[in-house]
Design a protein around this ligand. Structure first.
Ligand code: UT7
Length: 332
């Protein structure tokens, strides 16, 4: 274990003002506050009132840069994690760069669904050690799940919210380890469709069998129970492996910030790791599942609440579409 670690110079998050409560959902689908609270832990989620995905990301980034105490021009690279971009091109990262009023930096998006932020932090770390010209990386996760929610499907629509979180990261001689992976055989378990090829030269009218479920337009579908099983298995697996690589035990962590999909997944994972729920940062009641944004949004609330302090050993851990999983252990 070497000490090629990171320092999080600054953090920030941003959520739209508009809030949808469980009672609001009870007015549009057959559900109720009790079911949603007991089965998921969710009470409210923030939903966009028209602000685009990149805008949420730029607002979070603005706060993270201010919190870092550096100038916007000192950002050397922008990585945005998102599954709900506003455009296929330009990337969300380029739009965030423009919104921040800076120019000329390398900027690109990554898609690892709900694990996107953990992947992006690890990618930032690799850039920091692979390219001496890059000193400060802006990592943003920004999502508007409300874009691909089918608001007639009660099993999924109640889960999701919109939001963004951002870190500014630099090099530091601190412990660091990551453990990333995927289970691509389960690619069909969390799905939102992009475009079909309908070019003018096409002669074949039959759709290629992609071995994926049918979807209504681009609307999200998931096999909730299978993903639940996957999540309760891979969350502790990823935390344990990242800790092993860091040469520490999960008990040595001051805080674990998991992807916020369902509080029951986190409770089961805590039990499997033999840890108390006190170690886990959970704000799902406020925001619902905001995919890749859920980890940095919860992280920032934990910092603001004094739950995560400077010098703490923390683990961020995600799981989701792909299916992907990943944990990163670092010192805050
Ligand atoms: O971030 C992306 C990764 N995704 C996840 O991590 C999701 C993981 N999965 C889950 O969190 C859970 O599977 C869900 C929250 C999606 C569903 O909870 P569940 O306890 O697995 O419920 P279920 O799908 O087994 O459904 C139980 C019952 C069903 O009724 P019957 O068939 O038992 O009569 C559903 O029709 O609950 C019913 N139901 C609802 N009832 C009231 C499903 N959705 C609702 C609802 N309100 N919103």
């Amino acid at each position: 274990m070497n000490n090629n670690g990171i320092k999080v110079l600054g953090v920030g998050h941003f959520v739209p003002e508009l809030i949808a409560t469980n009672d609001d959902f009870a007015k549009i689908v057959e559900t109720n506050d009790e079911w949603i609270t007991q089965r998921t832990g969710i009470k409210t989620r923030h939903i966009t009132n028209g602000e685009p995905t990149y805008y949420l990301g730029a607002m979070a980034a603005e706060k993270a840069i201010e919190n870092a105490g550096i100038g916007k021009d000192e950002i050397d690279l922008i990585i945005a994690a998102t599954v709900t971009p506003d455009f296929f091109t330009p990337s969300t990262a380029c739009l965030i760069e423009r919104e921040l009023g800076i120019n000329g930096k390398p900027a690109f998006d990554i898609n690892a669904a709900c694990t996107g932020f953990a992947y992006a932090v690890d990618m930032a770390k690799n850039y920091l050690y692979g390219n001496p010209e890059i000193n400060n990386v802006l990592v943003v996760a920004t999502e508007e799940l409300s874009k691909f929610v089918d608001y007639t499907d009660r099993a999924s629509c109640i889960l999701f919210g919109d939001g963004a979180g951002a870190f500014v990261i630099t090099r530091a001689e601190t412990p660091y380890a990551s453990f990333l992976g995927s289970d691509a055989e389960s690619a069909d378990k969390v799905v939102s469709r992009a475009l079909k090829s309908e070019n003018v030269f096409r002669k074949n009218t039959e759709d290629y069998n992609m071995n994926m479920p049918e979807t209504k337009k681009h609307y999200f579908v998931q096999d909730g129970r299978e993903v639940y099983k996957f999540a309760t298995k891979t969350l502790p697996f990823a935390v344990k492996n990242a800790c092993d690589k860091a040469g520490i035990s999960p008990e040595d962590l001051n805080a674990i910030v998991p992807h916020q999909a369902n509080v029951r997944i986190i409770e089961t994972a805590a039990k499997n790791l033999g840890l108390s729920m006190d170690k886990f940062v959970v704000y799902i009641d406020r925001y619902g599942n905001t995919s890749s944004a859920s980890i940095p949004v919860a992280f920032v609330d934990a910092v603001n609440d004094g739950r995560i302090k400077r010098g703490d050993k923390v683990c961020i851990v995600g799981f989701g579409g792909g299916l992907t999983y990943g944990a990163v252990v670092f010192e805050y």
